[in-house]
Design a protein around this ligand. Sequence first.
Ligand code: SAM
Ligand code: SF4
Ligand code: SF4
Length: 361
Amino acid sequence: MARNPNATPVPVERGSSPVVVTDSRNRQLRDLRISVTDRCNFRCVYCMPKQIFGRDFEFMERADLLTFEEITRLARIAVAHGVEKIRLTGGEPLLRKGLEELVGMLAALRTPEGREVDIALTTNGSALAVKAQALKDAGLKRVNVSLDSLDDATFKAVNDVDFPVAKVLAGIAVAHEVGLGPIKIDMVVKRGQNDQDIVPMAAHFKDSPYILRFIEFMDVGSTNGWKMEQVVPSAEVISAINAELPLEEVAANYPGETSVRWRYRDGGGEIGVISSVTQSFCHSCTRVRVSTEGKLFTCLFATDGHDLRALIRNGCSDEELSAVMAGIWRERTDRYSELRTATTNEIRAGKKKIEMSYIGG
Ligand code: SAM
Ligand code: SF4
Ligand code: SF4
């Protein structure tokens, strides 16, 4: 792969402190999510419905994608500003050729204090059995695997490409064996689609090394036909599980954790609920997202991104890029979920929200 001549390291003095940036609501930049591809081998009905993402859909050209060097350069600058966690996502990130090479480059980054950066990945698990070892060897710390049902018919109706549950479970097992844990299993719950699987999923992953998390169906993008009635509130999820498998709430691991933790009273492990719709966590949202072609988004529900690729490919220096990224964060006002109403799913002021498959979770 051609090296980007601009990919010089941002000056980070070891032993120094990060140049912390806070936004207009006093939220510090801490997490970076990078989408490495807009493509996916699944067509989950709530994310990439076939009617829109069909054979004629034009995905990005390879030349438009940020190179691994460009991604690493942006990540290095973000780390100099206090980012300590990087999550790779997509589309399906394991479809990006040579992803382990990128993982290796990111794993070599150090915070200004000299600490390792936490590198994680969100995947549909379809290629995990094959790739887990190489990813671990490259420095990946953890994976989150999306799995919406244990019932093949329901799962296939969600992924819409006839992909069986067993293959995802096999991928999860390999990821666990190679040490990519603790593995979180993420289930998006949509009423009328897989809400009957809440308790079976909980029972299956109870007493296992995996942490199951239930995610409320969100109004991301403009293609999934989201309706408030299709959201199963986390409170309902907890009450359904608690009725059969008694639970108690657990304190957060760290301030601003998006998942609320619960554990089984009999010591059978823990679960989490992510209530993006019914209990927004905008007040503690410390995430910035970079799309596959290098646009910076300060909110999952944004309509516009900032074109960092143009700056990079026009020869912008590290100092300039750093100033631009910090400036964008300082001006950030986003709190979409706090302001959400059941009607905001409509296209706002004629602008389309970005799709989940474009920016990642
Ligand atoms: N393809 C990978 C996967 O499925 O894990 C990574 C990208 S996917 C966009 C990231 C996460 O977003 C997945 O857990 C997926 O279930 C979730 N997701 C997609 N659309 C969603 C929606 N409308 N509401 C809630 N979560 C959604
Ligand atoms: Fe693909 Fe993940 Fe979206 Fe499903 S949720 S279509 S696996 S990107
Ligand atoms: Fe963060 Fe935007 Fe989600 Fe609020 S709506 S938690 S600001 S990504």
